[in-house]
Ligand binder design. Structure first.
Ligand code: NAG
Ligand code: NAG
Ligand code: NAG
Ligand code: NAG
Ligand code: NAG
Ligand code: NAG
Ligand code: NAG
Length: 618
């Protein structure tokens, strides 16, 4: 009886083994080697890869027909705020991946820690590949030329890795390529001309590499695409491309192009008048190049244009009157050029304009034009360095979100009506000649995030600013610069109000007196604290050690006394420290991060000793 039972059990086990299917040995080998290359998998997805039926493994998909593995899909997972949740893997990609020769999709993007190279024979062994996603890992090495044989490849995502070498000259062979993103790598050399053969290309991102040379002129021919109804969404962004703007010189070409993003290149020459042929354009950014000459008046033909960014170039001449015809325009930025005044009155027809940046040109405005301030939707105005004189006019719309009138010659008082800008998020009045106290009405600015009033002649107390109570529970003020003024009191209120979320606080170069209050510890997110060049005294508050986000602490040129609290050793993010020229004494706390700072961070005190200064006398 017992032997019969045993027999039965053996039989049962045997049938179970025979029934457990196995996937194709090549696929099994490829995947097993892949798994053994990975030494850390926070997602634990690979630990569930057991047995031989790899078609059942997480992230693996097989074809119903051939029963072969067609897809490896193990992307990193992201939460809504872009933080990777536990899905990172570390290890090296096994070249055995090429054994899995029916593969159509490899998606191991966003795993953050995969190293290795693209197998050089990829084009020979994986001819069915449609999508290759290696985004945000630690891959290195060159893009192998055999990539050009991947004639079915439609999507190639290699951005944010450490790939180097040239883009293969034969890239034009990947004739079904629709999307190619290789930005943020170390690719060098020229952009191969054959890229213009990729007739199906919809988007191409090459920026943040070290590519040189011109943008291939024929890129304008990607218009052939139009016939096959493929939507051209963007021209490439090339970190170090130079040469002229590759736009077609005849109407009809690239006529469905809606975005031109060529910022941060070394484009030279002028903006060609033929830009006016590209009547589908909605967004144009040519910012941060070396463009010269005037803005062509054909720009007025771009009736669909919503965003025009031309800042940081060397454009000159006047703004064309035709600009008033771009009636859909929402954002206009021409800052940091050499545009001359006067501003064309036609701008007043831009009834959709929300954001206008004319800063740092040769506009010599002398006053802020009233008609400009009457644009109904204008909510962000940047008129820094526009040679504006006189008092701040009261016709500035009270509905503004951002106002920058810095680096002008504005004088007189900061008006009390500033408190009625109930939507104001950012105010920059720095580098002017304002002489007044900060009006107490600033406490009404309850969503203010950025306040920069540095380099004026403001006086009295800074208290009002520390009494702003944010409309939001979390607080909104993150950046406060009142430095280089004539303020004399007010630090005792630091940390008393709703500034828990401030990151940057600069009160240096004033005449502030009194002590730094213990309440400074409530500024939990403070990264920069500059109180240098004032008359502050008494002991350094020990509680400052609780502001552990601090990266820069500048307290030099004051009259602080006593010891440097040992607790300051908790400030382990500190990168910059200056306590020199005070009345401090005693032993400098020993250890990181203090050991990283030079003597000049501590010199000129009454009696500090210990590293990096001379040893203390015992
Ligand atoms: C393959 O199998 C899946 C799942 O069983 C099914 O949804 C799909 O329709 C099948 N495809 C073919 C081509 O048979
Ligand atoms: C700027 O404008 C003022 C008054 O309109 C004029 O007096 C001055 O010469 C101009 N400056 C320059 C550099 O054009
Ligand atoms: C305010 O304007 C000045 C001068 O234009 C500039 O240097 C500074 O960075 C601006 N402040 C902020 C917070 O952007
Ligand atoms: C603080 O302001 C002063 C004067 O405006 C400036 O020189 C200094 O660099 C600023 N400090 C920091 C940390 O930005
Ligand atoms: C700034 O304050 C100092 C010291 O309080 C004073 O001597 C100077 O006159 C003040 N400057 C202005 C422009 O008010
Ligand atoms: C500051 O740190 C000390 C210990 O170093 C702790 O006792 C105190 O509660 C902390 N204060 C705050 C507000 O976190
Ligand atoms: C600290 O400030 C003093 C002026 O008080 C300056 O001479 C010195 O170079 C500064 N040191 C560092 C490290 O910033």
């Amino acid at each position: 009886m017992a032997s019969q039972l045993l027999c039965f059990l053996v039989l049962l086990t045997l049938t179970t083994i025979c029934k457990s299917k196995s996937c194709h040995p090549n696929d099994l080998k490829g995947l097993q080697d892949f798994k053994s290359g990975i030494h850390s998998d926070t997602s634990s997805r690979l630990s569930k890869w057991i047995g031989r039926d790899c078609c059942k493994w997480e992230g693996i998909f097989c074809s119903n027909v051939t029963k072969r593995v067609v897809s490896i899909s193990l992307p990193g997972l992201y939460t809504s705020d872009d933080a990777p949740i536990q899905s990172a893997m570390e290890g090296e990609l096994s070249p055995s991946i090429t054994f899995i020769n029916y593969l159509e999709v490899i998606d191991i993007g966003d795993l953050l820690g995969i190293t290795g190279k693209i197998p050089s024979s990829i084009g020979l062994h994986l001819p069915n590949l449609r999508k290759l996603n290696f985004v945000r890992n630690k891959f290195t090495g060159a893009l192998p030329e055999s990539i050009c044989m991947l004639s079915k490849l439609e999507e190639l995502y290699l951005q944010e890795n450490g790939f180097s070498g040239f883009i293969p000259w034969c890239i034009g062979g990947v004739k079904n390529l629709r999307r190619m993103d290789v930005h943020s790598n170390k690719l060098s050399g020229v952009i191969p001309e054959s890229i213009t053969k990729l007739k199906k290309l919809e988007s191409l991102c090459l920026q943040e590499n070290v590519l040189t040379g011109d943008i291939p002129e024929n890129i304008g021919n990607l218009q052939e695409l139009k016939e096959t109804k493929v939507y051209v969404s963007s021209l490439p962004e090339l970190q170090s491309a130079r040469g002229g703007i590759p736009l077609p010189s005849k109407p009809g070409k690239l006529s469905s192009l809606s975005f031109v993003r060529l910022q941060n290149n070394r484009l030279s020459g002028t903006i060609p008048s033929s830009i006016g042929y590209l009547t589908s354009l909605q967004r144009v950014s040519l910012a941060s190049n070396q463009l010269k000459g005037s803005i062509p008046s054909s720009i007025g033909n771009l009736k669909l244009l919503e965003m025009l960014y031309l800042s940081y170039n060397q454009l000159s001449g006047q703004l064309p009157r035709s600009i008033g015809g771009i009636s859909k325009l929402l954002y206009l930025s021409i800052s940091h050029n050499m545009i001359e005044g006067p501003l064309p009155r036609e701008i007043s027809s831009l009834s959709n304009l929300q954001s206008l940046d004319l800063s740092f040109n040769r506009l010599n405005m002398s006053t802020i034009p009233k008609w400009l301030m009457q644009l109904p939707l204008l909510s962000r105005i940047y008129l820094a360095g526009c040679e504006i004189h006189g008092e701040i006019p009261d016709y500035i719309p009270k509905s503004l979100l951002e106002l920058d009138l810095s680096a002008n010659h504005l004088s007189g008082r900061i008006p009390a009506w500033i408190g009625s800008f109930s939507q104001l998020y950012s105010l920059n009045l720095s580098k002017n000649k304002f002489v007044s106290e900060i009006p107490s009405t600033v406490t009404n600015l309850d969503i203010l995030g950025v306040l920069d009033l540095h380099s004026n002649k403001l006086e009295g107390s800074v208290n009002a600013v520390f009494q702003i109570k944010s409309r939001f529970a979390e607080g909104s003020l993150t950046y406060l610069d009142l430095s280089d003024n004539n303020f004399s009191t007010g630090v005792e209120q630091i940390g008393m109000g709703g500034q828990e979320y401030i990151q940057h606080l600069n009160l240096s170069h004033n005449f502030l007196k009194g002590r730094l209050p213990t309440s400074v510890e409530t500024l939990k997110t403070l990264q920069t604290l500059d109180l240098s060049y004032n008359g502050l005294g008494a002991n350094l508050p020990t509680s400052l050690a609780n502001v552990t986000a601090l990266e820069r602490l500048m307290l030099h040129k004051n009259q602080f006394t006593g010891r440097i609290p040992e607790e300051f050793l908790k400030l382990n993010k500190l990168k910059e420290l200056n306590l020199s020229d005070n009345l401090l004494e005693g032993k400098i706390p020993y250890g990181k991060p203090f050991l990283d700072f030079p003597q000049s961070s501590f010199s000129g005190n009454r009696g500090l000793c210990g590293k990096p200064l001379l040893p203390c006398k015992s």
